[in-house]
Structures are given as C-alpha cells and as structure tokens.
Design a protein around this ligand. Structure first.
Ligand code: GTP
Ligand code: MG
Length: 169
C-alpha cells in the first residue's frame, strides 16, 4: 500500500483536550486527570484511508501561555493543524480565531486547517453553538467537527477528513 507521512500539530488553549484527543486517537483510551503538557509531546499513528497508509506525526503543543512562543516551531512545516476549543468555554473559541489568523499569516500556504469543538459530551454546560462554529469554519475553509475524547465521538473521523483533504503530492 502507498504510504504517506503527514506532519500535524494541535493548537489551542490549555485544558481544551488536545492531549486527550491525541491519546484517544493513538491508544483509544481516556484519562480523567491528564497532566498539562510541558513544551510539546510527540506521537505517531498510522491510518489507512482510501488505499493509502497515512503516517501521522503528531505534535501536541502545550496550551499554557508561557509556551506560546514555541508554537511556530511546531506549526511551521506542518501539513495540517487541528485547532481545538472546548464547547463549554467561550474564551477558548476566541483563541481559535487568533490561531487561524496566525496560521494564515505564518503557516505554510497550503496547510490543511481543522477546527475541533471538543467535550461534546458536556452538552449541559455548552457555551458555543455548533452552528456558529461551523459557519465560521466554512468561511475560512476549515474542516469542522465536534469531538469528545471521553466518548471517542468523531476522533478518528477528524484525522480521516484531514487525510482526504491533503493536497496531492
Ligand atoms: P494543555 O496540555 O495544558 O495544553 O491541555 P490540553 O488541551 O492537552 O488538555 P487535556 O487533554 O490535558 O485535557 C484537560 C482536561 O479535560 C483533562 O482533565 C481531561 O480529562 C478533560 N477532557 C479532555 N477531553 C475531554 C472530553 O472530550 N470530555 C470531557 N468531559 N473531558 C475532557
Ligand atoms: Mg496537553
């Protein structure tokens, strides 16, 4: 089978669930109390889509403000970026817009952008309407999904959509 390496990074506020999404995707597990990421962490995962094996090289960045300046090291040269917010935290959605602006300015021109509204399982606490977020993603040409690292909702699908949207080599 044809094989393709895909460098990918996750960005977004601390606590939105970036590491939890990666852990769900790579090991299909969930932990209620995951440590906040220091600097960044790296994992790989293979996924077969339409006869191609995609080898995702995943840089899971740290959302804490003190690591903010490290982000360009990870998004530069990334073929795709997942910007994650927490559907129960309005401020985390504002940060998505900030990241999108920064990536449009400094990311690679054909980077595949995906926005993930995580913690979909906490619907009672929701602050961000799915429809509004989808509308914003459509405007800027980004993939959009709501995910839950807890229930696994849309986690493999997110990576599958990215694989399908990569420009042909
Ligand atoms: P930083 O590494 O600090 O940038 O945070 P992060 O974005 O990697 O967040 P992390 O994955 O560490 O998750 C933060 C907290 O949210 C943890 O307690 C997780 O268990 C919880 N969490 C993550 N995803 C979900 C989800 O989909 N649903 C629920 N209910 N909790 C989640
Ligand atoms: Mg983390």
């Amino acid at each position: 089978m044809a094989q393709r390496e895909v460098k990918l990074c996750l960005l977004g506020d601390s606590g939105v669930g970036k590491s939890s999404i990666v852990v769900r995707f790579v090991t299909d597990t969930f932990r209620q109390s995951l440590e906040s990421t220091i600097g960044a962490s790296f994992m790989t995962k293979r996924l077969n889509v339409d006869g191609t094996t995609y080898v995702f090289q995943i840089w899971d960045t740290a959302g804490q403000e003190k690591y903010r300046s490290l982000a360009p090291m990870y998004y530069r040269g990334s073929a795709a970026a997942i910007i994650v917010y927490d559907v129960t935290r309005e401020t985390s959605f504002q940060s998505v817009k900030m990241w999108i602006q920064e990536l449009k300015k400094n990311g690679s021109p054909n980077i595949v952008l995906a926005i993930a509204g995580n913690k979909n399982d906490l619907d009672d606490l929701r602050e961000i309407d799915q429809k509004d977020a989808k509308e914003y993603a459509d405007q800027i040409g980004a993939i959009f999904v709501e995910t839950s690292a807890l229930t696994a909702l849309n986690v493999p699908e997110l990576f599958m959509s990215i694989a399908k949207k990569l420009p042909s080599e």
